[in-house]
Ligand binder design. Sequence first.
Ligand code: ATP
Ligand code: ZN
Length: 287
Amino acid sequence: METNILRLAIQKKGRLADNSLELLKSAGIRIDNYSQQLLIKANNFDLELLFIRDDDIPEYVQDGIADIGIVGENVILESGKQLKTIEKLGFGKCRMSIAIPKMDSFNSIKDLVGKNIATTYPKILNNYLSANNINAKVHYISGSVEITPNINLADAIFDIVSTGSTLISNGLKEVETVLKSEAVLISNNNLSESKKLLLEQILFRIRAVNQAKNNKYILLNAPNESLQKITEMLPGVKSPTIMPLAIEGWSSVHTVISEDDFWNKIENLKNAGAQGILVLPIEKIIV
Ligand code: ATP
Ligand code: ZN
């Protein structure tokens, strides 16, 4: 018998765990009896959560043990599994880079020829090296890759970087960014029609929440003679709302603007005559 519950695999503990649960919560999915069990059913949605190590998520989703999963793109690439990425989720952002001791010289990746490179991600590194025709020795290390150059175990490392402070405190410098990664929603390739429908519903909610996060609601006052210039700067979801103020010759403009280029826009609005600018967070956007 076909079950009608969609099973989502998420990281049990670690950098993606809180954000994954937070995303479901903001999508209105309630998980009340959360107590580090392996499998939990949501209270108000046909969704089941499977809590596992992030490295296991690509395989579980490929094999259909879970229907969908939330995992870093880096982990999918390293797994070598062919999985459908449904949506980028905007958290767990990091880059994967090659780093070398800070006193060593570096002109190009050709300098890596014949070097020992330590990493937890041998597959991604080997693919990168062969794509660039670099013959180097890749050493798999399960953790603390950043200390290997200091103990003469490697000449270089390939690892995840977010701020770069771990590299600096180990006397390393980043010399080459190999890829950028963030958490994504992945899906099994053979979902039943009923599960596809559940996925669509979740996706609709996730998109509404994530769109809202990338946008702000903005209200401002402007003299009527500046209105045209100001509205040209503000596209809005359809177009801005303009209402007359009680004072003659002034209007209030309401609209939605994107987080990208936000400060530039505010500056330009002020220069165009906008006053009393209010910026508010948005909870959800349904377009
Ligand atoms: P698990 O026990 O589930 O195997 P882990 O130790 O492999 O956990 P975490 O350190 O929790 O993994 O990282 C999970 C994911 O978070 C990474 O695969 C990566 O996609 C992302 N990430 C974002 N920033 C960082 C960072 N600074 N360091 C490591 N991972 C990061
Ligand atoms: Zn892991």
